[in-house]
Design a protein. Structure first.
Length: 307
């Protein structure tokens, strides 16, 4: 039986299409008032592996800790840096899904032996091999995401990273800007905790990182007066039950979990709007500097917060 025009229109509405067959424009997700009203200098961005995976999704070493460790192991074996038994030990840890962050740290120590007062740089050689020609593998949407991060840094935000890659630094250099983000494995953990007690942290791409014991000790366990904190975590909504569970768990630790959308592809546009909103508020009464606040300014900020 043929459908009438009215019936066809109803069907189009049910499947969410306009009469020309194109899907409707997605309504922009609203920005949380308590976050968008922050000024850049009040924020510390924590960049996790999820950001690297979004920027260059075709690079296996950026998709997960397991992918990174496997790539480093392959490079170490190619350079004859591991004995067969040592390689088998690390492979076993990977397959048993042990604490992968700890496995990574053990591998770093193995590839960075200290002789007298000199520490080997074989680990850096392996990193260079794994992330060779990384710039050419960045996608346009990923570059937009990094550009938003740089824009906030230009306006005074600090950046910490859990990542071994240098994506942000590489992209900044390509834009003719110099910066060095501070790694969470930096020895100044107490100073970082001081920042956590005095600024608002915004966690990006840190979904798996919250299960890391080092991360928990740094942010979730060692900091007192969590009810006085106001931090934020941007995540994909994904499974509703898991999202609610994460939100409840993090809220108890002073972190507001915010969904940027249902798809990973929603993050660049959402974060661009958020960056524009925050940067606009931060321009009033602020002295603009010609350089990004790289390592020296970051460490200065950390020193100031610890006094």
């Amino acid at each position: 039986m043929a459908s009438t025009g009215s019936q066809a229109s109803d069907i189009d509405k049910i499947f969410g299409f306009f009469s020309d067959g194109a899907p409707p424009t997605k309504k922009p997700r609203k920005l949380l008032p308590s976050l968008k009203t922050k000024k850049p200098r009040e924020l510390v961005l924590v960049i996790g592996t999820g950001i690297s995976a979004a920027v260059a999704p075709q690079v296996p070493a950026l998709k997960s800790w397991k992918g990174l460790i496997q790539a480093l192991l392959d490079a170490a074996i190619d350079f004859d840096l591991l004995e067969d038994e040592e390689s088998k030990k690390f492979q076993k840890c990977l397959h048993e899904d042990k604490n992968l962050v700890h496995v990574a740290h053990d591998l770093i120590q193995k590839l960075s032996p200290r002789t007298s007062n000199v520490r080997s740089t074989f680990f850096k050689d392996c990193l260079y091999e794994v992330f060779d020609d990384l710039e050419s593998k960045m996608e346009d949407s990923g570059k937009q995401l990094l550009q938003s991060v740089l824009h906030l840094m230009e306006n005074g935000a600090l950046v910490l990273t859990t990542n071994f890659d240098n994506l942000l630094e590489l992209y900044a250099a390509d834009q003719g800007k110099q910066l060095e983000s501070l790694d969470l494995t930096d020895e100044k953990k107490r100073e970082i905790q001081k920042l956590y007690e005095n600024k608002s942290f915004l966690f990006l791409g840190c979904g798996w990182t919250v299960d890391d014991t080092t991360f928990q000790a740094l942010f979730l366990e060692a900091v007192k007066h969590k009810s006085d904190l106001e931090h934020f975590m941007l995540v994909r909504r994904g499974d509703v039950d898991e999202f609610k569970k994460l939100r409840e768990n993090m809220l108890d630790k002073g972190i507001k979990v915010i969904s940027y959308g249902n798809e990973y592809a929603d993050l660049p546009e959402y974060f661009k709007r958020l960056t524009c909103e925050i940067s606009t508020r931060g321009r009033s009464g602020m002295v603009r500097e010609g350089q990004l606040n790289g390592s020296s300014a970051t460490h200065s900020e950390i020193r100031d917060s610890s006094t």
